[in-house]
Design a protein around this ligand. Sequence first.
Ligand code: MN
Length: 231
Amino acid sequence: MNLVLPAPPIPTVAVEGTDARFPVRRIFCVGRNYAAHAREMGRDPDREPPFFFSKPADAVVDSGETIPYPPQTENLHYEGELVLAIGKGGRDIGETEALNHIWGYAIGNDLTRRDLQLAARELGRPWDFGKAFDHSAIIGPVHPVEKIGHPAKGAIRLSVNGTIKQDADIADLIWSIPEVVSFLSRSIALAPGDLIMTGTPAGVGPLVPGDVCVVSIDGLGDIATSIGARS
Ligand code: MN
């Protein structure tokens, strides 16, 4: 194929235990999937249908990197999350089949320009500027299912400069992993390389230049991100 511009690089994330990389196709994110976080965002945690937003695939950043403090915000927030890596695509995936579509699991940090997100929310506008900016998807190494199986419970914790800010359990997801995969696949055909960030527990808060943010999930190790100077 003749391209009129150089093909863009394929975004990738690390895979635990190998130099091989996981190619990222799309990043879907679940909004408000822990009851206590829904309450702290001023919303009813009743089991209304899950909703999703997206980040561009090239927003991914490996663990261990320093990211610039993003522009046009005074309130950058962390959100520690469990991430699903889809290995087998499909649509209308049943809950009993959903786990067969997952290649692995990772730890993520859904960085959010909270001031821009809330302003958009109040005006009924899209969340993109609050959620889908450069360097906004920290994704740690993907742990293959063939090595770790399918985690359904375990502590998820986030600290800033060593102080614990989020401390919950992935068993407390309002919408379980099979339910998230099944629900999303009924609206959009999932494809190999898709990542799904499953939502953050309570305790979200700000990051400022110089901070070090660490997220851990039992069985998946931890990821670290340093916040650099304003870009
Ligand atoms: Mn999130």
